[in-house]
Design a binder for this molecule. Structure first.
Ligand SMILES: [Zn+2]
Length: 250
């Protein structure tokens, strides 16, 4: 069974969240995983490591793609379809700084080099809280739009790693072959480990190998806490936005 590591932003600018890495740090990770593991895309080998990026941040093009090209390492980038080419609408935006998402020009260039693109749904909502129709829309519409632009889409990354049996079944029915998020039970539940600014090549190796187990358990708990706070931040922002809209309506 393959396993995945998950990056978000790669940037020299300090971020007020944990889910980013400095470009030189990122290059260190790529060197180290290339040396210790077989880096693959899904379906190529029975075992191996898949390198993924969630959210399709522009910094992936600017700072990660040059490193991947330099080392000849392929990866999958998961796009939030409604945000392609737009400023970030939901992540933590302190000091008025907004991040920008990849546009089609960057996506085409990366695809032509060998980067694979997958769906990270239409709007990055927690799928486990949606109705069947809403889940179906998030899965099928994102795949349809991406395929109309870049060709076949095989992979889905579940937002916040939130997934259940119903979502897996809907992903399968909508033609996805590989799903990222879950505990590694099947091709539609490939386990992934988030990489943070605090990680080192050693801690990354612990995550991938799941050894020493005590250190690994601690890291999984940390990942769950960070996911929990990301969802909480989103909900707060949504409420604030609704309140602003209400105020404007009056
Ligand atoms: Zn995401």
């Amino acid at each position: 069974m393959v396993k995945a590591i998950q990056f978000h932003r790669v940037t020299p600018k300090f971020q007020y969240c944990g889910t980013w890495n400095y470009p030189l740090q990122f290059e260190g990770f790529i060197r180290s995983v290339k040396c210790d593991f077989k880096v693959v895309l899904p379906g190529e080998e029975r075992d191996g490591l898949v390198i993924t990026f969630d959210d399709g941040d522009m910094s992936v093009y600017r700072h990660a793609f040059p490193v991947l090209k330099k080392h000849g390492v392929r990866a999958i980038v998961f796009l939030i379809v409604e945000y392609i080419g737009k400023s970030d609408l939901w992540d933590i935006t302190l000091l008025g700084k907004r991040s920008v998402h990849l546009g089609w020009d960057e996506i085409y260039e990366m695809r032509d080099w060998g980067i694979e693109f997958g769906s990270h749904t239409m709007s990055h909502r927690n799928l486990t809280t949606l109705s069947d129709d809403e889940i179906g829309y998030e899965l099928s519409e994102s795949k349809r739009i991406l395929e109309s632009k870049i060709g076949k889409v095989r992979c889905i990354s579940y937002p916040f790693n939130r997934v259940n049996a119903k979502i897996v079944e809907l992903a399968r029915r909508n033609g996805y072959e590989y799903g990222f998020g879950g505990a590694g039970q099947s091709d539609l539940l490939i386990k992934k480990e988030a990489v943070y600014i605090t990680d080192t090549p050693w801690s990354l190796r612990v995550k991938i190998r799941e050894q020493p187990f005590a250190v690994y358990r601690y890291d999984r708990i940390k990942q769950q806490v960070i996911n929990y706070f990301t969802i909480a931040t989103m909900l707060t922002k949504k409420r604030t936005k609704n309140r602003v809209q209400d105020a404007e309506a009056h």
